[in-house]
Design a protein around this ligand. Structure first.
Ligand code: NDP
Ligand code: 8X3
Length: 259
């Protein structure tokens, strides 16, 4: 069976203004896809859009979106122009961690942000996009899970819990679209050096840098490569999950660092 071509396909990436989302935009651009890019920081999103066009994207449409706002998510999808409405691939990438604290001293506002983004945001976008995929009889949902959804690490209960929920939601969606040609993939990386740790530590760049000190982390491009690989398998091949880490990471609890 032939590989699935991304040429001219509409790929919607949430959280495309940085990190894995921006790298994924570049990887699909190189395949000649048409890109729908969303995030909250419009300036950074415009930079991603311009680079994607240079790299070969057939067209790019980017728009401001906070995935936590259910009405805004539905409106954004409902208001897409006809030439953008038939989304082929949804990459549910928007997500974040906030804080690294014991559960009993953690900040409830950090919990809200993680759960509202990583769980409820992912659900809202999925709910807005997947009905069209089912009606059209084609589509692929690719959710960013994490190794953190596999094994919980100390001080990370809520982030890990949000990623365990994402994993369950991916599995549940795969069950619910069974009998349609819609595919569902969970991409579950270990440490990837992006803005992730700076966001986790509320802009503390020194603390963020320590997360990757003495090891070689994955890059956004490594994850984008796995995402495009999953999307380009022949249509009958459903990649359920890809768990990938740096050579210096065995799981969320066991890392190798050079002193
Ligand atoms: P970055 O912080 O570099 O990028 C996160 C992206 O998500 C940004 O584009 C940000 O854009 C967007 N985003 C955050 N909140 C919202 C929101 N409410 N609405 C819309 N967009 C939002 O992190 P990563 O690229 O590393 O993270 C991407 C995904 O990968 C996340 O789901 C993360 O949990 C997951 N992941 C990351 C790993 C890592 O080690 N880095 C490992 C495993 C999984 P903006 O601020 O402009 O809205
Ligand atoms: C991000 C990876 O281990 O920093 O999901 O939580 S980790």
């Amino acid at each position: 069976m032939p590989k699935t071509s991304m040429k001219g396909k509409i790929v919607f990436i949430t959280g495309a203004s940085a990190g894995i989302g921006a790298a994924t935009a570049m990887a699909f651009a190189a395949e000649g896809a048409r890109l729908l890019l969303a995030a909250r920081r419009s300036g950074k999103l415009a930079e991603t859009a311009a680079q994607a066009l240079e790299l070969g994207a057939e067209a790019v449409h980017s728009f401001h979106l906070d995935v936590r706002n259910r009405n805004a998510v539905q409106r954004a999808i409902d208001e897409l122009l006809p030439e953008w409405a038939e989304i082929d691939v949804l990459v549910n990438n928007a997500g974040l961690s906030r804080g690294l604290d014991k559960l009993y001293t953690g900040k409830p506002e950090d919990w809200d942000e993680m759960i509202d983004t990583n769980v409820k945001g992912l659900l809202y976008v999925t709910r807005a996009v997947v009905p069209g995929m089912v009606v059209r009889g084609r589509g692929h949902v690719i959710n960013l899970g994490s190794m953190a959804g596999e094994i919980v690490y100390p001080n990370g209960a809520v982030y890990c819990g949000s990623k365990a929920a994402a994993r369950a939601i991916s599995d549940g969606l795969r069950e619910d679209v069974l009998g349609t040609p819609v595919r569902v993939t969970s991409i579950d990386p270990g440490l990837v050096e992006t803005e992730f740790s700076q966001v986790r530590f509320h802009g503390d760049a020194g603390r963020a840098a320590k997360v990757y000190q003495g090891l070689t982390p994955l890059t956004g491009e490594d994850i984008a490569d796995a995402i495009v690989w999953a999307a380009t398998r022949p249509g009958h091949v459903n990649i359920a999950r890809i768990s990938l880490s740096s050579i210096d990471q065995a799981n969320t609890l066991l890392l190798h660092r050079e002193e």
